[in-house]
Design a protein around this ligand. Structure first.
Ligand code: HEM
Length: 199
């Protein structure tokens, strides 16, 4: 295999599928927040009963498993990249960015598996067979989904900064990334609420 080491090979394979599943996960997150939310809000009870139990279990299947694979492959990438040199990499600019990325990614994975998915199961079953789920359940799921959407933009910056060895880690870079992420997502929510269905 030429001069490619096993660690290098594992690193590129894990990276490839980590980003692949990351795209699937975050793409579906944006679908839920910017497309499906505003769409479902326009449906009457009868249509909802037909559409939601068919659409949501399929979308949530790819959503939660993509989150799981991104998470597992992310931790594998962490061990391949940071363990071999006695964790030296961890105390560098690269290490600081990946710490923020891993913190956000792990919160987001937790939200998917332990808040959004259990709540959505109750909501979907409520629509399917009744009685409807309590409004707090939908509120909790929406909040967790919004938190994940806001965290996703700084998360992607942090992952890329670590992967590309971006050389700044002054506090204002972290604050700047969070602020840009906040305004970007805010703008997308505003756009989503105004998208015209006249084409
Ligand atoms: C769920 C928890 C996550 C963990 C534990 C995690 C962990 C990691 C680690 C350790 C790296 C390698 C960084 C380095 O080389 O220094 C990485 C890279 C990366 N991750 Fe994540 N990640 C997570 C979520 C995500 C998500 C949701 C995305 C969204 C697409 C993502 C996208 C990326 C990208 C684009 C890279 C950089 C690849 C490169 O430049 O070579 N990660 N991640």
């Amino acid at each position: 295999m030429g001069d490619v080491s096993w660690t290098e090979l594992l690193d590129i394979l894990f990276r490839w599928f980590h980003v692949f599943f990351g795209i699937m996960w975050i793409g579906l997150l944006y679908f839920f927040n910017f497309v499906n939310g505003p769409y479902v809000a326009t449906l009457d009870a009868e249509t909802k009963k037909k559409a939601v139990p068919e659409l949501m279990p399929r979308a949530l299947f790819f959503f939660r498993w993509a989150a799981m694979f991104t998470f597992i492959l992310g931790w594998l990438l962490f061990f391949v990249n940071y363990a071999p040199n006695n964790w030296e990499q961890f105390n560098t600019t690269r290490g600081h960015w990946i710490s923020l990325g891993i913190l956000f990614g792990t919160i987001m994975w937790f939200n998917v598996w332990f808040v959004i998915w259990p709540a959505q199961r109750k909501i979907i079953n409520g629509i399917k067979t009744g009685p409807p789920a309590a409004p707090e359940i939908a509120k909790r799921a929406t909040l967790a989904s919004k938190i994940n959407t806001y965290l996703s933009v700084p998360l992607i910056f942090s992952m890329l900064a670590a992967g590309k060895h971006f050389l700044h880690d002054e506090w204002y870079w972290f604050v700047g990334v969070l602020v840009v992420g906040y305004f970007a997502v805010n703008g997308l929510y505003k756009t989503a609420s105004k998208v015209s269905t006249n084409v």
